[in-house]
Ligand binder design. Structure first.
Ligand SMILES: [Fe+2]
Ligand SMILES: [Fe+2]
Length: 275
């Protein structure tokens, strides 16, 4: 891994994934079951060069965003432990770290099937923006709202639309595997908030609403960035992305949070709503 410091002093490196194998690979055998049977040779039926390039970029970025999700759930698990949260919440967050690193591996393999990952400079020291609150419970709540109630809640419908639009059998199969896990990741948020409700003040809830709003704003451009392709290889078209995003924002994010006393600021919703 090549590292160099940018002018801002951040440690940037080229994004690379590795495995050691042996007993550590065998630990994951059950989680990787069926991977060999995925249609690896059926990545790009009738794809042209531009589509292949867009797919390599999108799936490389996707591998990194899955890697960053793993870091978010690792931080959530640590905050839940510090907050003395129920053990099954902690275990779920820890388990989701494994899901996400496997998603990163799957995405990287898809990029390889399309001709290889592209060079991506990343700062592994800044995968998770630290929560601003001091209390462990509220720190956990900030991260859960950002990652599960916003990120995962929007990811699930976007992935389903990606799968529906994809012509590539490989993309359909891989996205099917990934979305199966993301559904569980999206469920952690509401469960956690229902448990935490009696422990949160009105000021806490107002703060969490602002956290959700900032996450919504941040999420919109991230996902709409790789939308240049025709959808065949897992790169969603802009128009389809925008429509899916707008519907999911209200149904999967704003309403479930409102039901738990957390209001996403209207300005943030408007800023993230296309058109
Ligand atoms: Fe994931
Ligand atoms: Fe996830």
């Amino acid at each position: 891994v090549r590292r160099h410091a940018t002018e801002e002093g951040d440690a940037v490196s080229l994004f690379e994934l590795s495995l050691v194998g042996g007993p550590w690979a065998r630990r994951l055998a059950r989680r990787r079951a069926g991977w060999d049977a995925l249609p690896w040779g059926e990545g790009a039926p009738e794809a042209d060069a531009a589509e292949m390039t867009a797919a390599r970029v999108a799936w490389t970025r996707s591998a990194f965003s899955e890697y960053a999700s793993a870091a978010c759930f690792a931080e959530i698990a640590a905050c839940l432990l510090a907050a003395g949260a129920p053990l099954d919440f902690v275990a779920a967050a820890g388990d989701f770290v494994v899901d996400e690193v496997l998603h990163a591996e799957l995405s990287a393999r898809v990029a390889t099937a399309f001709g290889g990952a592209v060079a991506l400079e990343v700062d592994l020291g800044r995968l998770v923006r630290p929560p601003v609150s001091a209390a462990p419970l509220l720190r956990a709540a900030e991260l859960v709202v950002r990652t599960s109630c916003v990120g995962e809640a929007l990811t699930v419908p976007i992935l389903k639309a990606t799968k529906a639009a994809a012509r590539s059998p490989l993309v359909k199969a891989v996205v099917t595997r990934i979305v199966r896990d993301e559904v569980g990741h999206a469920q952690l948020g509401p469960w956690f908030l229902d448990w935490a409700t009696p422990l949160l003040t009105d000021a806490d809830r107002a703060h969490l609403g602002r956290v959700a709003g900032a996450a919504v704003r941040a999420f919109a451009p991230i996902f709409s960035a790789p939308c240049a392709g025709g959808g065949a290889l897992g790169v969603l078209e802009c128009a389809r992305y925008d429509a899916t995003f707008a519907a999911a924002l209200d149904r999967n994010v704003v309403r479930p949070l409102a039901a738990r006393g957390i209001a996403v600021p209207e300005a943030d919703v408007a800023a993230a709503t296309p058109g």
